[in-house]
Structures are given as structure tokens and as C-alpha cells.
Design a protein around this ligand. Structure first.
Ligand SMILES: [Zn+2]
Length: 238
């Protein structure tokens, strides 16, 4: 009876051990094929890269939609100047609170952008010099002419759609100009910071579509701002 029980126990243990062995084997089979486990993860990495690329394409910046501007539809061919200046409304703009010298003569549609430039000049001067300028020096505003170096196109100046800034007067007798202080060194390096901060702000704000300045040979002494039909920036900060 005892012997039979012992045999039964051995048989039960054998069955149990066999079962454990089978489970272990099954587990080993389930986890063994590492290559198969790794392979899908590699594929998913590749797929991930593709998704990133596809995602980047999907979120690429959409083309700028320009807000229509009053002068966009006016012709720009240079030949029209043979008939005289384009007939456009013009206003005198003295500048407020800091006056322009000479005062500007521009198309009324350009006035908001000119005001944005005035604000940028005053605020950048306060940040740089801790005071506003007493005057802003212009080099040109309305002027009936073709583009520099391209007689087939009229200048935006001919439409009153551009202003040229040549400097500021910080205190009586102290002129800070692009000609003298665009890339000044030593004690005058503070003026370089002023001009560069101003240009960076105007580029960021986009209140004008066109900004031209040094080192262009014909713009070494002024910054040109216009609201022509296309956006461009042709100025280099040294
Ligand atoms: Zn100009």
C-alpha cells in the first residue's frame, strides 16, 4: 500500500516535472526567436523616420498669403515716366512725436508702415541710448525716377511708396548715421548695436515688404524701406 502510494507520488512528480518542463520549453520557444522580435522594431524605426518625414512635409510652412495693398495693381514699367510721374495721391508726413528732416512725402497707404518705422526707431533708441532721438533724418521719399540700375522699372519712390532713412539726431549736434556708424568700432560700437537692432526688428515686423541697405554699394549711407509687390531683404549685418 505504501509502495503503491510512493509509486503514485513518483508518477505524480514525474507528471508535474514534465508539465513544468513543457511550460519552460513553451516559454523558451516563445522568447527564443530574437531576430524575429528585433526585426519588427527595426521596421518600425524606419517607418517612424518615414512618418517624421511625411509629417514634416505636412506641416511645412504654407506659402505666405499677402494682405492686398492699395498700390499692388499699379503698373511699374519704367517707360511710363516719359509721360510724366504716375498720378498718385501724396501726403506730407512730418513725423510724430519725433519729426523727420526733411519731412516725408508719401502715398497715404504707406503711412502706417512709416509710423511702425518711427516707433521702432524711438523704442530702439530708448533701449540703446536710454533716450529718444530729437529728429529722424531722411534721404528720400517721393521721387520720380526709375529703379537704380534698372531703367525698365519705376522705383517705388516714384509712387510715394518708399522712404530712405539715413540717420537720427540723438542730441543737438550728435548725428548717428548709417554712413558713419553702420560698422563702427571702439566707443562707437554702441551705434552698430542700434542700427542692427533696428533692422532686425523691421525684418521681423514685416511692416514693409522691401528692405535694402549696406553693404549694397548704392545703399552704403541709407536704409531703403518700401511696400512694393514682392518681399525681399537685401541688407547684411556685419
Ligand atoms: Zn530708396
Amino acid at each position: 500500500m505504501i509502495e503503491r502510494d510512493a509509486r503514485g507520488l513518483v508518477a505524480a512528480i514525474t507528471v508535474l516535472l514534465s508539465f513544468v518542463a513543457l511550460v519552460a520549453l513553451a516559454a523558451a520557444v516563445a522568447t527564443r526567436p530574437e531576430p524575429e522580435v528585433r526585426a519588427p522594431s527595426v521596421v518600425s524605426i524606419d517607418a517612424g523616420i518615414e512618418r517624421v518625414d511625411a509629417g514634416a512635409a505636412e506641416v511645412a510652412p504654407t506659402p505666405r498669403v499677402e494682405v492686398p495693398y492699395a498700390l499692388d495693381d499699379l503698373p511699374r514699367d519704367g517707360a511710363q515716366l516719359a509721360e510724366g510721374c504716375p498720378e498718385v495721391p501724396l501726403v506730407d508726413h512730418a513725423g510724430d512725436p519725433v519729426p523727420w528732416r526733411p519731412a516725408l512725402r508719401v502715398h497715404p497707404a504707406l503711412v502706417p508702415a512709416v509710423r511702425a518705422l518711427e516707433r521702432a526707431i524711438v523704442e530702439t533708441a530708448i533701449l540703446t541710448y536710454h533716450r529718444a532721438p530729437i529728429r529722424i533724418l531722411s534721404a528720400s521719399s517721393h521721387r520720380c525716377r526709375t529703379m537704380r540700375g534698372n531703367p525698365t522699372r519705376i522705383s517705388e519712390h516714384a509712387l510715394g511708396n518708399a522712404v530712405d532713412l539715413r540717420g537720427i539726431v540723438l542730441d543737438e549736434g550728435e548725428e548717428i548715421t548709417i554712413r558713419d556708424h553702420w560698422s563702427a568700432t571702439g566707443e562707437d560700437a554702441i551705434h552698430v548695436r542700434f542700427w542692427h537692432a533696428l533692422v532686425r526688428r523691421m525684418i521681423d515686423e514685416q511692416s514693409f515688404r522691401g528692405i535694402v541697405g549696406p553693404p549694397r554699394a548704392d545703399h552704403l549711407d541709407h536704409l531703403h524701406f518700401d511696400h512694393g509687390r514682392s518681399r525681399f531683404t537685401d541688407v547684411e549685418l556685419p
